[in-house]
Design a protein around this ligand. Sequence first.
Ligand code: NAI
Length: 782
Amino acid sequence: MTVKEIFESMEYGEAPESAAEAFAWITDNGARFGHFIDGAFTEAGEGFLSRNPANGETLATLTQGSAADVDLAVQAARKAQPKWEKLGGHGRARVLYAIARLLQKHSRLFAVLETLDNGKPIRESRDIDIPLVQRHFYYHAGMAQLMESELPDAEALGVCGQIIPWNFPLLMLAWKVAPAISMGNTVVLKPAEYTSLTALLFADICRQAGVPKGVVNIVTGDGAVGEMIVKHTDINKIAFTGSTEVGRKIRQATAGSGKALTLELGGKSPYIVFDDADLDSAVEGLVDAIWFNQGQVCCAGSRLLVQEGIADTFYAKLKARMAKLRVGSPMDKSIDVGAIVDPVQLKSITDMIAANDEGELYAAPVELPVEGSFYPPTLITGLSPSAKLMQEEIFGPVLVATTFRTPEEAVSLANNTRYGLAATVWSENVNLALSIAPKLAAGVVWVNATNLFDAAAGFGGVRESGFGREGGWEGLKAYTRPKGKLKALVNTAPNAGKGGLESGALDRTEKLYIGGKQARPDGGYSREIFAKNGKLVSQAPIASRKDIRNAVEAARGAAGWGKTTGALRAQILYFMAENLEARGAEFARRIDAMKGGKSGAKEVEASVKRLFSYAAWADKYDGAVKGVPIRGVALAMPEPLGVIGAFCDDAHPLLGLVSVMGPALAMGNRAVLVVSEAYPLEALDMMQILETSDVPAGVVNLLSGSHAELAKPLASHMDVDGVWSFSSSETSGEIERESATNLKRTWVNNGQARDWFGAAGEGRAFLAQASDVKTIWVPYGE
Ligand code: NAI
């Protein structure tokens, strides 16, 4: 071939990487692996084969974990935890730093082993996966170092169970293990059954790095082992990355257990190309979006939305590029697309595509290797937005596409999915791109780039893509809790009646407050409310499932609140405080009548102060700018969840209400608040304050009734984005279980009391629960 021909065809020869060292490591271990528990490898037991998906060859035999193995691992982690935490930030930082150094030293071995086991091109494992793994440990060595000074009120959760998928085996391990151990937790991690080898090599590295025994434990096996970890009673937190289906099961299985939970689930991320985009860059971006790791990426730009006027040109350019993609042995350094992780996954992709009879399919004219699990890069255009392939995760190298006309239509198509992991926007017009980014339902947005990751930038989804963030300061929340022990919550029962009307009281029925109007309960029922002295004070409405629906609908309709400025929300919260204070004596009197004694004035005063606090916070809970190592920055922007449903504290009808309403509103959420069950009247009275404080209709809705009965309809409602409970009814488990419908965020008390008058009653913890961080990567600098 002449040089001229080479330039025209861009064909070049093979450049295979050597697998010798990786095979030597496998052989040195007898090609049979046990688990890594309490600092040592266990004897290899009954198990399963780990294969190279590029040629079907067996690499090693792995051990299927048993309940006893999981138990031993948890015991080891439990025993090691206090000492590891007490080692202190600097001590832990040194260990994480040693891990990072060793990962760097052995990076080629890790990259080769990863490619052999997973099938991803060596170019990717060498240049992306493994460097990011190292970066994660270096970054979190720093977090351990800074923990005492920067997070003085935080402590470790304890033992963390971590379950990871096969698409980025070592990288997902790093995302889980590094933040966990940096904050003083210990871990029991289960790698995916197809890809456990680099986790076992990592165990070896832990020994060399001086990680104390029991701090990192690795148990191999299939989903059944994952379930054992999820259900183990001596684990404080579960972190999971994988399919939405399994994530939902884990949400249900952990409900009511008191375990903390973060879920990183599936996606169907839009990739939006506007007509003024640099089309060649956008085409190249797609190679990274959907052909990176054979499309087996949770945040893959798998749904192309292209502006109508340029669609034909763009598709033509894209097809030309696809035809040049090199598919083949992942160990070849010049390969773009490697092997699908396993024949099972290949079949799942093939079946999904075979079942589709819509649109036009273009498969890149590439020669696939005869052996191994390979699938050609594929584009399907002209699909309707509701087509299964537009809605469901394919998790393979298949891009689906449709067109849009206006930016509004692009946003509406982009958000037409149950997922919300990531999104990509291409436009040379920075005004357009940055006006679209906040409108996208996604945890991560890339502007004129795609699939960028860094340890400093939070990653995670909204909607059914899960909750919690990994990376950055925001990621540490998932591995810490506020210091101090909480007391058990004492049940607050309503006063019993002794007959007779309280002096000065009118026999009237209070109303619910829905959509800015007073509303009778749909069922028409109410209940007598007695003062402490047993005299009848009034009737409180009993809200039903239908009232919940009406209140949620009203809250959904008030979406404009989320677009108001923090400054405006601050004004309204100050106004509420002012109006509450003006009527303070009246509120205090009514609280005293209910509770007996003279605590009313103190509660009113604390409530006014709390409203002031959240008015102050409304324009000060800022985001951040992350210095990521690319030609750009990552903006971390707090966004409201949407509609928050909350069961308020029973013992403090006013302060308990204001303490959840304040942060919800300050961050731009709308709220459906089920007020104190024992003392509903004083809380329902708050509607008069809302009416006179310029709070738009539907932003706050107040319901009274049985917390136990309303827990299910509120927590399972598909249009509610978060549910909190500070109730003394035992509803925590039910709320968590029912929240699995749309994987809404939950924050429940698990029967623990909160000091509403003290520091634990307000502040950043509430604001963080009332918002999600969206990470927006934008070009910046040179
Ligand atoms: P999966 O969600 O079943 O597996 C992920 C991990 O969870 C593995 O370690 C597995 O052993 C474990 N697991 C399975 N069932 C479990 C259970 N009941 N309790 C606890 N742990 C359990 O994903 P799978 O079957 O490997 O792939 C199926 C589909 O899931 C893919 O086609 C893809 O659509 C999606 N997926 C999404 C990922 C993501 O990063 N979002 C990663 C992997 C798969």
